[in-house]
Ligand binder design. Structure first.
Ligand SMILES: Nc1nc2c(ncn2[C@@H]2O[C@H](COP(=O)(O)OP(=O)(O)OP(=O)(O)O)[C@@H](O)[C@H]2O)c(=O)[nH]1
Ligand SMILES: [Mg+2]
Length: 242
């Protein structure tokens, strides 16, 4: 099993997060790959040091920033190329708890996608989630559920486990934060088995940004919907209702 971690300018948390990950690393995880996406804050150097210190850690550097989705697609390609049965993705900004890794491994290996949810009743809460994040997530999640007859509670959580046999990364092209909007129609088209897993919802700072344009709520919503519509066309998926 491969653990992949997208990194963009996380110098302040990297050492602490990686040390916690190593402390809680389930033995089934054979390698950790960090995708440093053109970080400019020293993250790249810290990751290089970490990979020298720990042979289980590998680092891919991008000269320029290509986006969160690009790192997801690249992680899937790496997992596929090296023959890993499963891939787990997790963030390194202290919002995902390394203690939860083992819980992803305990889910039936035949589930194709185990998707972390920060909005289940059992999800522990720490801090206050920004209202726009909660609102957009809940609107998009409700739309997916209506169209596909699903009962998701969190459509934007990056903490996930993928069964690689059912994932074809060559079919994905969304390189930005809207990657899940391309991924869910793919799941519907392929008939993948999806199960949510309660994870903590941690927001200790209010200052995180998606970048200037996407911090505008309506613009971000439109971008997500456009990606979703394009993906439905590409994967020839039709929902039952609008
Ligand atoms: N490789 C790569 N990683 C990224 C990029 N943007 C963010 N990340 C990483 O992806 C993870 C999630 O990014 P966030 O910006 O926190 O996104 P989020 O958790 O959906 O949003 P918040 O709710 O604001 O925290 C973190 O580990 C980031 O370092 C990017 O452009 N490229
Ligand atoms: Mg985050």
């Amino acid at each position: 099993m491969l653990l992949a971690i997208p990194v963009y300018n996380e110098a302040s948390s990297l050492r602490e997060v990686f040390s916690e990950i190593l402390d809680h690393l389930p033995e089934q995880i054979q390698a950790i790959v960090a995708i440093d996406d053109g970080s400019t804050d020293g993250s790249a150097e810290i990751l290089d040091e970490l990979s020298k210190e720990q042979s289980i850690i590998f680092v891919r550097h991008h000269r320029q920033n290509h986006g969160y989705g690009c790192a997801m697609i690249e992680s899937m390609k790496i997992a596929q190329k090296h023959g890993y049965s499963h891939l787990i993705t997790m963030d390194c900004d202290r919002q995902h708890r390394p203690e939860d890794l083992i819980r992803f491994l305990n889910v039936d290996p035949d589930i194709d996608v185990v998707s972390g949810s920060r909005y289940l009743p059992e999800s522990r809460r720490q801090g206050h989630a920004p209202e726009d994040r909660v609102e957009i997530n809940s609107r998009i999640t409700a739309r997916l559920n209506r169209r596909y007859g699903w009962s998701l509670t969190d459509s934007f959580c990056g903490f996930k486990r993928y069964k690689m046999e059912r994932i074809d990364p060559a079919l994905f092209s969304e390189t930005g934060y809207a990657f899940p909007m391309e991924f869910w129609p793919y799941c519907q088209g392929k008939g993948l088995k999806i199960q949510e897993l309660a994870v903590s919802r941690i927001y200790t700072t209010d200052s995180r940004s998606f970048g200037e344009d996407l911090d505008r709520r309506r613009r971000r919503y439109r971008y997500y919907l456009n990606t979703f519509r394009k993906a439905e066309k590409k994967f020839q998926v039709r929902g039952s209702r609008a």
